[in-house]
Design a protein around this ligand. Structure first.
Ligand code: GLU
Length: 436
């Protein structure tokens, strides 16, 4: 794809991230009896919208940002997935992310298809007011494409509850109706759910706990390094430390902080809020040290947690990985080629499409609460989250044993099986030719 095509997301070639994401399907199709109809439908997104968002900047100038929203598959229900604000957002990436959302929602049996959205921008260079105008402009661009029964956006990279609140407000101002179920991950005061902010990180920890239980590993004996200290990485690290895991490293887009004695996650987070990551270690003279940003990937730890962006581990750095277990909290952090190399080395990957489902599961709970008007206490949310993750993860772990496949393949098999069953339920060639 040319650089220009990449920038405006208009290439007609099959682009890189999406092609990489879809390349995993062949392996799944070989193991499942998937109809040709379903294969064809899963090869392309259901629909993709690209639109311009004109924003009046604080200095009076106008900037036009590019926005996207993709519904990859809507066979099992309305599209569901986050909106990210990032300089690298393009049509290819958003489509790949919406493909993963389709697999993910089906893998944990949510009544949703997969969607995703994004704006190509650098939110770090925008003022609060510019960010609000951009968020509201996004909704004006996507208005007919979203709705509680059409597509329900949520937070993703660089978007949070405040952004979702602005978006909900803009949507409902246009609709002249209160429709809180149009978006999830909102502030609690605007109909958001208790526990949504923590859900992705805490859900990932629950999946890790299930893995640890099955392998008779005690958290206190496990060292953990976390790449990415945004919402999901921070809440994972905080909850993991509280359960006794030794969180020895975390990193952000600038550096890695490391302490062999275990970091004080809350203190590191406080430091980050004030400007930059600094090592902090409870009750020790030696507070640890600062390493290069990517050093986190090569640390000799028991669990490497990937909570930043896609393609963090690729063909060129996969050989550096020393951890025997990788937990994927970001979407698509290991390329398919790197994944094959990890498998050759017997490195266990607990995949994104299972490990990071806590966020979308609590989004589902939020949507239920918005639609019924019955709001749940925090305890009920965490109880239901744990129950859903345990139930669905147990099925996937068992499938991986029965089929002798890794956890990613088992999760894809579970998701694809549910999606293609719903496709076939609507009528398939086999049905019309009388073969079933
Ligand atoms: N952006 C999150 C994800 O990738 C959450 C999606 C949602 O809650 O709809 O899973």
């Amino acid at each position: 794809m040319s650089a220009e095509d990449k920038a405006n997301g208009t290439s007609t070639e099959v682009p890189a991230v999406l092609a990489d994401a879809q390349s995993r399907l062949e392996n799944i199709y070989q193991r499942l009896d998937v109809s040709d109809d379903a294969r064809q439908r899963l090869a392309h997104p259901h629909r993709l919208l690209q639109f311009s968002i004109p924003v009046r900047m604080d200095d009076g100038s106008l900037r036009v940002f590019q926005g996207w929203r993709v519904h990859y598959d809507i066979t099992r229900g309305p599209a569901k997935g986050g909106i990210r604000f990032h300089p690298d957002v393009n049509a290819d990436e958003v489509t790949a992310l919406s493909f993963w959302m389709s697999i993910k929602c089906a893998a944990v049996d949510l009544p949703y298809g997969g969607g995703k959205g994004g704006v190509q921008c650098n939110p770090k260079e925008l003022s609060r007011m510019e960010l609000e105008r951009l968020s509201r402009g996004y909704i004006r661009g996507v208005y007919e494409f979203v709705g509680p029964d059409i597509d329900i956006p949520a937070p993703d990279v660089n978007t949070d509850a405040t952004v979702m609140g602005w978006m909900e407000d803009e949507h409902n101002s246009i609709a002249r109706r209160q429709l809180p179920g149009v978006i999830t991950g909102k502030p609690v005061g605007l109909g958001g759910s208790q526990g949504r902010v923590e859900a992705t990180g805490e859900g990932a920890l629950q999946v890790l706990n299930i893995w640890a239980d099955k392998h008779k590993k005690k958290p206190k004996k496990l060292t953990v390094a976390v790449q990415g200290f945004g919402n999901a990485g921070y809440h994972f690290a905080r909850a993991a430390e509280a359960q006794g895991y030794q969180v020895v490293a975390v990193s952000d887009s600038r550096c890695t902080v490391y302490s062999a004695d275990g970091l004080d996650v809350e203190a590191v987070h406080e430091g980050k809020k004030k400007g930059s990551l600094k090592p902090h270690c409870k009750g020790k003279k030696d507070q640890g040290k600062i390493l290069e940003r990517d050093d986190v990937l090569a640390l000799d730890v028991d669990i490497l947690v990937l909570a930043a962006l896609e393609n963090a581990i690729h063909e060129d750095n996969v050989a550096d990985v020393k951890a025997p277990v990788i937990l994927e909290i970001a979407n698509g952090p290991v390329s398919s080629k790197a994944d094959a190399k990890l498998e050759e080395r017997n490195i266990t990957v607990i995949p994104d499409v299972l490990a990071n489902t806590g966020g979308v599961i609590v989004s589902y709970f939020e949507w239920i609460q918005n639609r019924t008007g019955d709001y749940w206490a925090a305890d009920k949310v965490s109880e239901r989250l744990e129950q859903r993750i345990r139930e669905q993860a147990e099925l996937i772990f068992q499938l991986s044993i029965d089929e002798k496949v890794n956890l990613r393949t088992a999760t894809y098999m579970q998701g694809i099986r549910r999606i293609t069953e719903a496709m076939d339920n609507r009528g398939s060639q086999r049905y019309f030719t009388g073969d079933q």
